[in-house]
Write a protein that binds this ligand. Structure first.
Ligand SMILES: C[S@@+](CC[C@H](N)C(=O)[O-])C[C@H]1O[C@@H](n2cnc3c(N)ncnc32)[C@H](O)[C@@H]1O
Length: 406
């Protein structure tokens, strides 16, 4: 009898194929997990430090695996992501055992915000959408747009996809957009950091990527197995003892939930890297000369809110709202021992957090009023509601922490 986590025949066939490619699979198997698609399960007790999976370089999809007859069609500076997506789209094969294990576009449609209908955009967290319903949409005149790398994640992702598609379309005009987009998402959600020993980091970190069969079953968690690539093999080792039936995770990086939501179509219940970005709120609260002052001292943007309170950059920005300029400059440059007025800073920071809380309450109300017919839209509403409640709770916890810290 098959275990309840049995992944399905195509995954068994793929595992057999993987072994013929020199991939070592040791005490683990792909398995089905509710809400996570496929993942990796321990099929027996596993001891800390033992090898779980070892994938030879020869089995990986790296740029050198793409025939030069294909690569040479593209400009030399073509992003690796674009090249992989184009190659996978150009060489469709329904008999490839590896590709038969990948999620379908329908699997992605319900979880990846980039595939959601535009009517859902304003319901996404502002770090993802760049949109707020309770504060002015655009910055008042005279205020510049700031570095958005910590927020507006969806438009950044769309810009990468559009850039890649523009390049590919010029070289292969008959390529199908929908198929390209699907493979682009496959690469986005399943690639691994890849740099040969001694190789320089490319200018764009995203170019250092490869696809690694079998290892791409690992789901993400803070409690992760150990991963090492030595140029010959990608090796995954147990970071602790595992019981039979336990899911084994790897880490995709120290990402906050809004980043995971945008890039991978899921977020964690508990996330040690969880943070919210206060930039939009703070920039709208400051006048142009204050923003200029923050820029001059390199304290403009990247204002982080965590359950423990706010980061130092946010405290510096808060000080500027009530201190005399000379006093604030002396504090920032370390010339004064006086520091900030804790009570005044607390009031400003609490006001900023309260703005986020109001946004969460307003969006939760809107989501609760929605009654979509389509089951996939109902799933999106559930996913959004859960995320907004996480945001609300984080704001509440941070508010208490800010008061306790002062
Ligand atoms: C590298 S793949 C992992 C295998 C994938 N679950 C599958 O079914 O093929 C990455 C994708 O797995 C899912 N995922 C990863 N970690 C997850 C987690 N902790 N909870 C829910 N889904 C997760 C997301 O859909 C993500 O885009």
């Amino acid at each position: 009898m098959k275990p309840i986590w049995w992944p399905g025949e195509q995954h068994e066939l793929f595992t057999e194929w993987a072994i013929t490619q020199g991939i070592i699979i040791n005490g683990v198997s792909p398995a089905r997990f509710v809400g996570r698609g496929l993942g990796m399960i321990a099929t027996r007790k596993i001891e800390k430090d033992s090898i779980l999976i070892s994938v030879p370089h020869s089995a990986m999809l790296t740029p050198s695996k793409i025939p030069s007859s294909f690569t040479s069609l593209f400009p030399a500076d073509t992003p690796t992501h674009a090249l992989y997506a184009a190659y996978l789209t150009h060489t469709p094969t329904t008999t490839d055992p590896w590709r038969n294990t990948w999620p379908t576009i329908t699997d992605f449609a319900s979880s990846m915000p980039m595939l959601w209908p535009s009517s859902f955009l304003s319901l996404l967290p502002p770090s993802i959408s760049g949109l707020w319903s309770t504060i002015p949409a655009s910055l008042p005149q005279g205020k510049q747009q700031h570095d958005h790398s910590h927020q507006h994640l969806l438009s950044q992702q769309e810009a990468r996809l559009t850039r890649d598609w523009e390049i590919v379309k010029r070289v292969l005009p008959s390529m199908d957009w929908e198929k390209f987009k699907y493979h682009w998402i496959i690469v986005n959600t399943r690639s691994f950091f890849y740099l040969m020993p001694g190789q320089d980091m490319p200018e764009d970190r995203y170019d250092a990527m490869a696809l690694v069969p079998v290892a791409d079953y690992f789901n993400h968690s803070d409690e992760a197995c150990n991963v090492k690539f030595d140029g010959e093999r990608y090796v995954f080792r147990a970071a602790k003892d595992y019981e039979e039936g336990e899911e084994i995770y790897m880490s995709y990086g120290p990402h906050p939930n809004d980043f995971l939501f945008t890039e991978y179509g899921f977020y964690l219940e508990e996330n040690v890297s969880e943070t919210l970005c206060l930039d939009d709120i703070i920039f709208r609260d400051l006048n142009p000369s204050m923003i200029e002052e923050l820029e001059f001292h390199k304290y403009d943007g990247n204002y982080q809110l965590t359950a423990d309170g706010v980061c130092y950059r946010t405290e510096v920005a808060a000080g500027l709202t009530y201190m005399r300029l000379q006093e604030w400059q002396d504090y920032v440059l370390g010339y004064s021992t006086q520091g900030v007025d804790k009570k005044k800073s607390e009031a400003v920071i609490r006001r900023w957090i309260h703005t986020y809380l109001k946004e969460a309450d307003a969006t939760i109300d809107r989501l609760e009023d929605l009654n979509p017919d389509k089951p996939e839209h109902q799933g999106m509403v559930r996913m959004l509601l859960k995320r907004w409640w996480q945001i609300r709770i984080l704001c509440d916890t941070a508010m208490q922490a800010v008061s306790a810290n002062q």
